[in-house]
Design a protein. Structure first.
Length: 146
């Protein structure tokens, strides 16, 4: 199967879980569905606006589900990248100046912004082939025949 086919299959497979989360929240999903949803959100937002977009759009719950998913599928490069991205913003956790997650970017240093930009570019290289390994892993885990 070609890469675009894999990505399309992954997108279609995961989008139903994203819809379920959007309709009913994270708690309505099984742990595997949470992981699939978080991976889908991670990929969509990271390829669009980077780690900051992902985190500010979806928050710490999505980040933690994505970490668990990347660990489960063995995507060690992507895991390191997003954990490094989180390390750039972690100091702002509990900062009283933040009224919403989208306040985070205004309090980042130039060094943090530069670091996040480099990490985003590393993620875009996709050394783990996330769509391919995630689709294969979760189809097997959920017993779905494609």
């Amino acid at each position: 199967m070609e890469k675009t086919d894999i990505c399309d299959n992954w997108f279609d497979f995961a989008s139903s879980f994203v819809d379920k989360k959007n309709d009913s929240g994270w708690d309505a999903l099984t742990p595997e569905e949470q992981e699939i949803t978080a991976l889908w959100l991670l990929e969509v937002d990271l390829y669009n606006g980077g780690f900051i977009q992902f985190f500010c759009n979806w928050g710490e719950a999505a980040y933690l589900h994505a970490v668990r998913a990347l660990q489960a599928i063995g995507a060690v490069h992507a895991l390191d990248i997003i954990q490094s991205g989180y390390a750039c913003i972690e100091r702002l956790s509990g900062d009283k100046r933040l009224t919403e997650l989208w306040d985070i970017p205004q309090f980042l240093t130039e060094d943090e912004i530069e670091r996040l930009d480099k990490l985003d570019k590393q993620f875009w290289e996709d050394p783990d082939k996330i769509a391919e390994i995630a689709h294969r892993y979760y189809v097997e885990q959920l017993g779905i025949h494609t």
